[in-house]
Ligand binder design. Structure first.
Ligand code: SAM
Length: 248
């Protein structure tokens, strides 16, 4: 699936390498303030057990991105932010970008949290990279942020303000505006007048594009598990692909 404005070399007219620098800045600020984040932005303990259920004890597992709750499940993790990799001071942490993973047929499973939403490239390219690093019979398990199959009414969504936590509200606004992509800057501008939460500042001037697909728009998966322990959990399934990764 290709966005109208995401190509292999540019996102919304911005060349990928430049965009990655901006992406890192945004992530450094977010991760350094991660104590201000909770589910649905972070995986809950229930989510961690849903991932675990898809892994075998001696699987070699590659974690995409630094998601602290998932580090205990990972053999290796890969993140493109040098500051975060350095802070982690762990031999399991490798500097690298998901768009060009520095591994070949080495892992039994790939896991990640929210990675499809934040990846600045096409779904086709993302799956190609995952296929490259997996051994035969491997799987990928991701917690996703999905949009509802039927578009909600924008005003109805705004009325959910303060009925849920801020991050669930922000994701609802993102999902009602996404087509299925939304510029983070546009999300900032939509949410700011309604709920000026301290963490919103990290989205100001962002050049990133986030992706909120419907489940029906994704490649066929083999397993789907829905958490239930937080606001918007019904839109944060933990999804596993096996066959699709093997056969295409
Ligand atoms: C796993 S993601 C998402 C975390 C959280 N669930 C959320 O949605 O806010 C966050 C991490 O991914 C890293 N990251 C984002 N895009 C990346 C890419 N293309 N390659 C490598 N790391 C990336 C960021 O540096 C950050 O440490």
């Amino acid at each position: 699936m290709q966005s109208a404005y995401i190509t292999d070399a540019t996102v919304d007219g911005i060349f990928w390498p430049n965009l990655r620098m901006k992406l890192m800045d945004q992530w450094t600020r977010i991760i350094q303030n991660f104590d201000q984040y909770a589910s649905p932005l972070r995986p809950s303990q229930e989510d961690v057990s849903l991932y675990k259920a898809q892994l075998k004890p001696d699987d070699r597992v590659l974690l995409l991105g630094i998601t602290s709750e998932l580090i205990p499940l990972a053999t290796v993790l890969v993140d493109h932010n040098p500051k975060l990799i350095e802070q982690l001071q762990s031999p399991q942490a490798v500097l690298g970008d998901w768009s060009d993973l520095p591994f070949q047929s080495e892992f039994d499973a790939v896991i990640g949290d929210g990675v499809l939403t934040v990846f600045q490239g096409t779904l086709v390219h993302f799956f190609e990279q995952v296929r490259k690093v997996l051994r035969k019979g491997g799987s990928m398990t991701l917690r996703l942020y999905i949009s509802p199959e039927t578009k909600e009414d924008y005003e109805d969504v705004l009325r959910t303000k303060k009925k849920t936590g801020f991050h669930a509200f922000k994701w609802r606004v993102a999902q009602v505006l996404a087509n299925p992509y939304i510029r983070v800057k546009d999300l900032y501008n939509a949410v700011l007048p309604v709920w000026d939460h301290p963490t919103l500042q990290f989205y100001q001037d962002s050049d990133l594009v986030y992706y909120f697909p419907k489940l029906s728009e994704l490649p066929a998966y083999d397993q789907i598990q829905f958490p239930s322990s937080y606001d918007l959990a019904e839109r944060c399934p933990v999804v596993t692909w096996r066959n699709y990764i093997q056969t295409t």
